[in-house]
Design a protein around this ligand. Sequence first.
Ligand code: AQP
Length: 367
Amino acid sequence: MRGESPDRRVLAPAAPRGDKGGVTDATSPEALKKRPRVFSGVQPTGTLTLGNYVGALRNWVQGQHDVDPIFCVVNDHAITVRIDPEELRRNTREVASVYLAVGLDPEHCILFVQSDVPEHTGLAWVLNSVTYYGELHRMTQFKDKTAKKQLEGVSAGLLNYPILMAADILLYDTDEVPVGEDQKQHVELCRDVAIRFNGLFGETFVVPKPVIPKIGARIMSLDDPTKKMAKSNPNPGSYILLTDPPDVIRKKLARAVTDSGTEIKAAADKPAIANLLTIASALSGKAIATLEDEYAGKMYGHLKKDLGELVAETLRPIQEKIATYMADPAQLEAILDRGAERARHIAGPTLARAKQRIGLGWRQSGR
Ligand code: AQP
């Protein structure tokens, strides 16, 4: 592959989507009214992985000018597991830098940090009263994160995580929630809670729907293709971080587990190769079937080597921008402060409406 011009390689990064319609038109109040309101977020529990990028961020960026977008760094969620406060502060700034570095446009999207908008925790308490313990206890993510743990050591926050997530979404009259497959169940619970609240207390919330990407909704661990790639995995070889240097990326992919046989196919009995092909397809824009044809007769090592180059090349410009934003905290704070102000403008009336409906707004004046 070395020495070939980029467009002739089997794996080259997909061309960025062109600007659709121009920013001015796309963000005019008339245009925004017709567009679905989109809300999503990432918790700053660590540096983001390629799974977060392929399953979530990349799709947010691609669709941002077709929707009315709100993206949040959900740091209130991050304290549901034990995390060093200094690390949390740093991760919060880093996730916000990643949002900007991957191409979310702060002039168009509302970008903010969750803890700057206290309406999130305010509404979560209200929704606690219409969410059942059994529902929370059944959540796959809760079961996964508490597996093999003494329940005495598991925070109530981890159990209540989906309620806070429901509050995040419902505060903004959200129509669509773009997430990876792992978060679909939480969005479905959010829908149930909204429908229940509306039924009990009168129309209050828009009922949102999850939007799951066709390709890359569940990127798997490099050391175990039965587990999703996650930033909290204790084995660094299991994930690629968005800040991993190119040589680390190449090494991690070279060491990724493979399946028996030699054929490069996304088959049910080849989950590891299917995972590598999925990443390749998402980043190159080529269909998996096309990649299978192009790799016919080649070895697993060819795919891993090409994929190492593709991932490193895709992440290089993103990494440069992350470093630039991290080096300019004043600029980052200004963007996020403005985002929080815009977010509160929407969230405040929604929380007031919910409190009024449930009886917490008690004044006869209706204030
Ligand atoms: N492996 C994945 N494949 C596809 N999408 C993924 N997402 C996460 N992992 C994958 C999507 O990224 C968004 C943000 O997720 P999050 O960090 O807020 O929470 P998470 O789903 O719990 O992600 P992690 O990496 O697994 O974090 P930890 O390890 O801290 O729990 C979501 O849209 C998610 O679907």
